[in-house]
Design a protein around this ligand. Structure first.
Ligand SMILES: [Zn+2]
Ligand SMILES: [Zn+2]
Length: 107
C-alpha cells in the first residue's frame, strides 16, 4: 500500500479553542476555516476595545465641573464620593424628600 505524503504538514488552527488541524493551502494560512479566522479576528478586536477602555478609565476625573478629584479605576461611577452622594441626595430631594447636606431627614 502506498501512502501518499501530504505536500505540507498538518498545522494547528491558530484559534486556541479550535481542535482542528489542517493542511495549509497557502503558506500564510493560520486558520482551518474562514469561520475560525472570523472568530479569532473578532475576539482580538474585542480585546483591543477593552484595553482601550481600561486606559481611559485610569485617568478619569469627577464629572462635576467644579471638581478635579481623580476617580479610582475601581470606581464605576462618573463622580467622586462627595459628588456621588450629592447627586444621590439631589435625586431623593427630587422625589420630595426633605434632607439636609449630610443626608439627614429634616423633620
Ligand atoms: Zn479552526
Ligand atoms: Zn467631585
Amino acid at each position: 500500500m502506498t501512502v501518499i505524503k501530504p505536500d505540507s504538514p498538518y498545522v494547528e488552527c491558530r484559534r486556541e479553542e479550535c481542535p482542528n488541524k489542517f493542511q495549509k493551502a497557502v503558506h500564510n494560512q493560520s486558520f482551518c476555516s474562514k469561520e475560525c479566522c472570523r472568530i479569532y479576528t473578532n475576539a482580538r478586536i474585542l480585546a483591543q476595545y477593552h484595553q482601550k477602555k481600561n486606559k481611559v478609565l485610569k485617568g478619569r476625573v469627577c464629572r462635576d465641573s467644579s471638581c478635579s478629584t481623580l476617580l479610582s479605576r475601581y470606581n464605576p461611577e462618573d463622580y467622586c464620593a462627595v459628588h456621588e452622594k450629592k447627586r444621590h441626595l439631589d435625586k431623593l430631594r427630587g422625589w420630595g424628600w426633605k434632607l439636609d447636606e449630610s443626608g439627614e431627614i429634616i423633620s
